[in-house]
Design a protein around this ligand. Structure first.
Ligand code: PMP
Length: 362
């Protein structure tokens, strides 16, 4: 099987595997005996590493179980008593976190509609604005610096879900003016089950989970030290965005030749992500055919039941019917050159069968 579903989870990096394995032998990092203190040092080293990666202070890093929890914590803590505005293409962990949010429109290329954001903030100054750094389905990057400037003009806080961008695009979101940033270990090559909410200098966060007062009272519960140590190790991993973008461009150009439409391709994007729509062919059928050919890709949006639904991201971009006809191909950090011709061949065979009536699994 060739794995091209990195945006669902990146393959674990060897250094992250090693750090996770080593941390599994440690004690509870909040225990006061010597073994607890040794574990605490590993936890605090991980905090330093996450802080360095996001240009933050270690004390402003709050470890959580993943980005879903961290996004919720940010929205509860920073949005308390405020109107909350979220981008139309946000991940469900943001879109569905809090009832009654306002929706910020995107342009046809998937980037945030800054004029639309400004109009919403004129009506609702002081709102909490939630925008992702990079979209998980299309790879499209929002202009966070420009959005932060709009927010600042209207006294609004900006929360950035940087799950897909961390480690892949070098950007300083807190430096751009974001109030908080969220990362997830497994999207960077760490194990699943750890993430962090990172806030701008000294910003206070009221806990959702009070538990035993861990994480300076901001997130109770024993932290998942092995997953956190793995996340910290993964965040230091190398990422060859130039090479990966070259592979992406080769695949996209080939697939366009057999009828695919690359969604969001006109915008600034992450190097690794392709959203390929094949007009008239259901996404689920494409995913199954490619799976049978030995390639792990995903439909734009698969819900947890595994059922493929129309992509809300592509609908928000005005893609119409194509919203149910697009697959996501996301190249992992360790992709090799031979994947390019192999995938192109499989895609061509799948498209030929689907478009010219020789499909066995229509
Ligand atoms: N935000 C984005 C943009 C994501 O892609 C994901 C994972 N698909 C999440 C949040 C949720 O992350 P986690 O799996 O760590 O809860």
């Amino acid at each position: 099987m060739i794995y091209l579903d990195a945006n669902a989870t990146e393959p674990v990096r060897p250094e992250a595997y090693e750090a996770t394995r080593a941390a599994m032998a440690l004690a509870n990092p909040y225990a006061i005996h010597a073994m607890g203190r040794a574990a605490r040092r590993v936890l605090e080293d991980a905090r330093d590493a996450v802080a360095r990666c996001l240009n933050a202070k270690p004390a402003d890093v709050i470890f959580c179980s993943g980005a879903t929890e961290a996004n919720l914590l940010a929205m509860h803590a920073l949005g308390e008593g405020q109107r909350i505005l979220v981008g139309a293409t946000e991940h469900d962990s943001v879109l569905g976190a809090v009832a009654g949010v306002g929706i910020i429109p995107v342009l046809r290329d998937g980037t945030v509609d800054l004029a639309g954001l400004e109009a919403l903030l004129i009506a609702e100054p002081g709102a909490l604005v939630c925008l992702m750094a990079a979209n998980n389905e299309t790879g499209v990057l929002h202009d966070i610096a420009a959005a932060a400037a709009v927010c600042a003009r209207h006294g609004a806080l900006l929360h950035v879900d940087a799950v897909q961008a961390v480690g892949r695009c070098k950007q300083d979101w807190l430096g751009m003016g974001a109030a908080s940033v969220v990362v997830s270990g497994h999207k960077a090559g760490g194990p699943m089950g750890a993430g962090a909410l990172v806030v701008s200098a000294g910003r206070e966060i009221k806990a959702d989970l009070r538990g035993g007062g861990q994480e300076m009272g901001r997130r109770g519960g024993t932290p998942a030290l092995p997953a956190i140590a793995g996340m910290a190790a993964a965040l230091g991993g190398a990422y060859d965005a130039v090479k990966i973008a070259m592979y992406r461009d080769e695949i996209e150009a080939f697939c366009a030749g057999v009828g695919a439409v690359a969604m969001g391709a006109g915008a600034a994007r992450m190097a690794n992500t392709m959203c390929l729509a094949l007009p008239g062919v259901k996404a689920q059928m494409q995913v199954i055919a490619l799976d049978m050919a030995g390639f792990a890709v995903s439909a734009g949006a698969a819900c947890s039941s595994g059922k493929v639904v129309e992509s809300h991201v592509l609908l928000a971009m005005g893609a119409g019917e194509l919203a149910g006809q697009a697959i996501r191909v996301s190249l992992p950090w360790n992709v090799s050159a031979d994947v390019v011709p192999a995938f192109c061949n499989a895609y061509e065979a799948m498209a030929e069968r689907a478009l010219h009536g020789r499909a066995r699994c229509a």
